[in-house]
Write a protein that binds this ligand. Structure first.
Ligand code: T3D
Length: 261
């Protein structure tokens, strides 16, 4: 039997997916894409899951496309078709998860591996981790959402600099420029991720997923249309159980028990 390329573990409401090809720095193969998408779909469909964490086995997070996988690469292969078949659905899946997704970046995140992490809702990286837009070094442009994410996260000048140079950006610098949420000492990464995941798991999942959606959507709207979008979504959430529970818990002076997905 072949080794799973994605390990799945649950602790309470937190589902952890570990990319598991450490000898190749967890670079993406066709098999890994299929297993990762299946694991994300399963987490999305499981009401008991309220947070997803993605991380890497060994010393790396993910080195992007496995440049040796015959299913994915090679001169005769249509790279655009690979993106359509694997990376676009992966990036869209992460962006449409009904629960928050945390990338626990334990080591180097390169190419599509970097942008897969940056597409998650929170990126927490160990101090020894780094982010590399490796595409320019092999004659490609950023993919897995990088063209959309990078300028929005750090502005055009830094996005272009990172994408054109392909330079390694240490995690500490990534935090300083606003590319990621947090950089912590390597030894503290698991505890920092656990604490954030536990906190998010007690929050209203549906409102968090809607927060991601409206923030992304509002970036393409003018101010008036963004206000209209806010009204539409608040109207829907205002009829939902979590809003009633949140307000009731506030007046009862107790911790809320959110259930909506
Ligand atoms: O179809 C398509 O191609 C389109 C899709 C594109 C999406 C993309 O992601 S394009 C970008 C692909 N990724 C890269 O170009 C990154 C390549 N890797 C590196 O530049 C370096 O490995 C790192 C900077 C990430 C890490 O460097 P270092 O010195 O810490 O480790 P290393 O020695 O280079 O790598 C360790 C092993 O992992 C090594 O194998 P070995 O020699 O011990 O047997 C290396 O070959 C392997 N490895 C690392 N990255 C990849 C890889 N094997 C296959 N594919 C990789 N991307």
């Amino acid at each position: 039997m072949t080794e799973p390329t994605v390990l799945v573990a649950s602790q309470g409401a937190v589902r952890t997916l570990t990319l598991n090809r450490p000898a190749a720095l967890n670079s993406f193969t066709g098999q890994m894409h299929r297993e990762l998408r299946a694991a994300l779909d399963a987490a999305a469909g499981d009401e008991a899951v309220r947070v997803v964490v993605v991380t890497g086995a060994g010393r790396g997070f993910c080195a992007g496309q496995d440049l040796a996988d015959p299913e994915m690469t090679g001169g005769a292969i249509d790279v655009g078709a690979v993106i359509e078949r694997h990376y676009r659905p992966l990036a869209l899946r992460v962006r449409s998860m009904p629960v928050p997704v945390i990338a626990a970046v334990n080591g180097v995140a390169a190419g599509a591996g970097a942008n897969f992490a940056l597409g998650c809702d929170f990126v927490i990286a160990g101090r020894g981790a780094s982010f590399i837009q490796a595409f320019s070094k092999i004659g490609l442009v950023p993919d897995c959402g990088g063209t959309w994410l990078l300028p929005r996260l750090v502005g055009r000048a830094r996005a272009l600099g990172l994408a054109m140079s392909g330079d390694k950006l240490p995690a500490e610098e990534a935090q300083r420029m606003g590319l990621i949420w947090q950089c912590v000492d390597d030894a503290e990464l698991p505890a920092a991720v656990d604490a954030l995941a536990a906190r998010l798991s007690r929050m209203p999942s549906r409102a968090l997923a809607e927060t991601r959606r409206v923030l992304d959507e509002a970036m393409g709207l003018d101010f008036g249309d963004a206000l209209a979008l806010e009204a539409t979504v608040q109207r829907e959430l205002g009829h939902a159980g979590d809003f009633r529970e949140g307000v009731a818990a506030f007046f009862d002076k107790r911790a809320p028990q959110f259930r909506d997905r």
